[in-house]
Unconditional design. Structure first.
Length: 362
C-alpha cells in the first residue's frame, strides 16, 4: 500500500508509515528541545513517562517522543509536544500532514496501554496564518499546552540590521536601559543555583501580578541540572541589576540553530528602567554569537486583541520585529470516548475557573 504526498505528487508513491519503539537516547539529536532526550529525562523527574519511537516511510525516517501521564487507576493520557516532525520532502501541505498525523495516531494508539484515554498532539508545522484546524477524529483541546503563536527573529543579519527591524520605541528602550545603569549578566555555572533563587523570587511576584501559574523552584533547578548533561543544549540564565539590585531575569534555551526565550520575570518597581528590553537584546546577541539563525520569543496572543489575556506579551514581543507564526495548537485523538468526554468537561471547568481568577485578581 502507498500514500501520496509531495513525493507522491511527483509520481513517486509514498509508503504508509511504520512506527516502532526506539530507545530514549535516539532523541538526543532531535531538532526541537521538546522532542529531545533531554526533555524526556527532565519530565520523567516530575511524574511523566517518556517513550521514544521511530517512524519510517520507506527510506525516510523521523522520530517521536511521547510523554505519558497517569491520572488514576484506569485513566492516563499521552502527550506529544511539537510532534510528529514530518519530513517536508514527503508532506508539504497541511492536508497531507493532517492525513499522516491520523495514520501515526492509529499506530501509536496500538502501542499504548488500554487505560490511555486520549493522545494529545501539538503539531509543529506553522505558517504566517492562523493554524489550520485538523479534521475528525481529532478534537481541539480546551487548552493549549505549548503556545501555538510566536514571534521568530532572524539572527543572520548584522546586529545593526536586527536593531533596525525593531520598532523605534524598542530600540530606544534597549539603549535607555544601558544609559540608566542597568547591567545584564549571564550567570556562569558556579552561580546558577543562587541565580535561580533570585530569578524565582522575581518570578513569584510576576506570577501574582500577571495571574499566571508557575512551577516550583525545584522544577527550574532540575531543568538546569538535566541541561548540563546534554551536549546539544545550553541553558542560560540572565540577570538584570540596577545599583546592585536584581530587577529582571530570563531563562534562555539554545539548541541547534535556535535560541528560545522560555521564562521571564521582573520586579514590580523600577519598571521605567526597561530591563526586560536589555535582557532580550543581550540574549539575542549571545544566541547569534553561538551560531543560532533564529530567536524564538515563544508565546504571544494569536492577534493584536486588547482583550486577550496575552495582549501585553503580543505588544512586547512583536515590537522586536521578526515574523509572527501560528501553529495548529493542541489537538486530541480520543481512544475511549466516554472517559475522554469526562476529562474534557473537567478541563473546561478548570479553564473557566482560571480565567475568572485572572479577571478578579487585584
Amino acid at each position: 500500500m502507498s500514500d501520496t504526498g509531495a513525493a507522491g505528487q511527483a509520481g513517486i508513491p509514498v509508503p504508509l508509515p511504520v512506527l516502532k519503539p526506539a530507545p530514549l537516547a535516539s532523541r538526543a539529536g532531535a531538532e526541537s528541545f521538546l522532542q529531545s532526550e533531554l526533555w524526556g529525562r527532565f519530565k520523567a523527574r516530575f511524574g511523566w513517562t517518556p517513550r521514544a519511537f521511530s517512524i519510517e516511510w520507506g527510506g525516510t525516517r523521523a522520530g517521536l517522543l511521547t510523554l505519558g501521564r497517569c491520572l488514576g487507576p484506569f485513566f492516563s493520557f499521552v502527550y506529544c509536544p511539537w510532534a510528529p516532525e514530518l519530513p517536508g520532502t514527503l508532506f508539504a501541505t497541511d492536508a497531507e500532514k493532517a492525513a499522516q498525523l491520523k495514520k501515526i495516531a492509529v499506530l501509536l494508539a496500538a502501542e499504548l496501554p488500554r487505560r490511555t484515554v486520549f493522545i494529545r498532539f501539538d503539531p509543529p508545522w506553522y505558517d504566517g496564518e492562523a493554524g489550520a484546524p485538523l479534521p475528525p477524529p481529532f478534537v481541539r483541546a480546551r487548552a493549549d499546552i505549548q503556545p501555538p503563536d510566536s514571534v521568530i527573529i532572524d539572527l543572520r543579519p548584522p546586529e545593526e540590521a536586527i536593531l533596525a527591524g525593531m520598532k523605534p520605541k524598542w530600540r530606544y528602550n534597549v539603549g535607555l536601559a544601558a544609559k540608566k545603569g542597568v547591567v545584564v549578566e549571564q550567570v556562569k555555572d558556579a552561580g546558577i543555583e543562587k541565580g535561580l533563587d533570585g530569578f524565582y523570587s522575581l518570578y513569584t511576584k510576576t506570577a501574582r501580578r500577571d495571574g499566571i501559574a508557575i512551577h516550583s523552584l525545584e522544577y527550574y533547578k532540575t531543568l538546569f541540572e538535566e541541561g548540563e548533561k546534554d551536549r546539544n543544549t545550553r541553558l542560560r540564565l540572565y540577570l538584570a541589576c540596577h545599583e546592585g539590585e536584581l530587577i529582571a531575569s530570563v531563562i534562555i534555551l539554545v539548541r541547534g540553530d535556535t535560541g528560545t526565550y522560555l521564562y521571564g520575570a521582573s520586579a514590580d518597581h523600577k519598571r521605567n528602567l526597561m530591563a526586560p528590553y536589555a535582557l532580550q537584546w543581550q540574549a539575542m546577541k549571545d544566541s547569534r554569537a553561538s551560531g543560532c539563525h533564529r530567536y524564538d520569543l515563544f508565546g504571544i496572543a494569536p492577534s493584536d486583541d486588547p482583550g486577550h489575556p496575552m495582549a501585553g506579551l503580543y505588544r512586547f514581543k512583536t515590537g522586536f520585529g521578526g515574523s509572527i507564526i501560528h501553529r495548529p495548537g493542541s489537538w486530541d485523538y480520543p481512544r475511549r470516548p466516554f472517559l475522554y468526554s469526562l476529562f474534557r468537561l473537567a478541563e473546561t471547568l478548570r479553564k473557566k475557573l482560571r480565567d475568572v481568577k485572572k479577571k478578579t485578581r487585584p
